[in-house]
Design a protein around this ligand. Sequence first.
Ligand SMILES: Cc1ncc(COP(=O)(O)O)c(C=O)c1O
Length: 381
Amino acid sequence: MILTDVKVPFVDLSWQHKPIQGQIEEVIKQVIKRGDFTLGKALAEFETAFAQTCGVRYGIGVSSGTDAIALGLKACGIAKGDEVLIPANTFIATVIGVIQAEATPILVDCQPDTALIDLEAAAKAITPKTKAIVPVHLYGQMVSPQQLLDFADTYNLLIFEDSAQAHLAQREGYISGSVGLAAGFSFYPSKNLGCFGSGGIVITNEENVAQKVRSLRNYGAPRKYFHTDIGTNSRLDTIQAAILKVKLPFLAEWNQARNQAAKQYDRTLNSLQSQGITLLKNQSNLGHVYHLYVIRLSQFLASHRETIQQKLNEQGVQTGIHYPIPCHLQPAYRYLGYQPGDFPSAELLCEQVLSLPMYPGLEQNQIDLVSEKLWQIITKY
Ligand SMILES: Cc1ncc(COP(=O)(O)O)c(C=O)c1O
């Protein structure tokens, strides 16, 4: 087997961790010393700090982004029999969150130029059972808050934002997670704000929603050994919260670095638009936090996507696909009754997308290298 020298990894967290490693080790030591491993001091501090950063009153740490959606929706009053609108083009956790809240996910197509949920398509999927919409701020770009609020108002729906890929993203003066009744975030390690394992948070301005999530994440117990809800065990570990608290002050700067890197990709890839590459639209300029930098390949190039990825890999450039199969065509969710062709834009995107390396610390020469190698490979077709 030939081992390729990786010149541009898909994600590299070492750049962000190196300067703060000492601080992180110190806060971990403090948690060990205090012994408050669950629901400890650093958790409460981080919850407050994260909520404040998002301009929202309450933050409730949970054990994953998936649980943030599930427990958050439940706390917002979503229950069995309710229908919840979600995009077909998202990570599967959005679907899982809705199902774990015992509601029915109603999938909706996306806009091909942004990959975000198509609200006109969403309007057509509404029935008397529809109670909520979960917009996914995919790849780091928010769904238009103004359009979302108008939509929710027109159809009397609640908004629960899936902000797992959009920490501190902004659009139209709103911060990701502050538009709806509540929102869920993931702190999976490679997220814009990531912990050292699994973690998530629900944020909300509503005290009753916050209290409910607090109870649900801790066995449904608002106080010890007194259970008012059928809850679960889904707390954000104190150690993870302590790490996140060290990282939080750097988030805006890291997001800026992602945005700058994306601008440079845009510039260098622009000339490839005539060669079968399409750039996704950034409708929020500096507010797009580029969790992922995703391009589209022409239908012809897309039929060679695997080979293109392999050739890039041989040249030391790692890539990803987000996502190869839309949610409605995943085997586990066949029971929802969707068919190929139901969501043409989501299906087309799944065939055509290619995610290029993206992380703070990605250097200009690395971006140039990715663009150059991509150019060399695709112009041979
Ligand atoms: C859009 C989206 N929603 C939800 C999640 C779930 O987060 P987690 O992996 O922390 O459960 C993720 C991330 O994995 C995601 O990308």
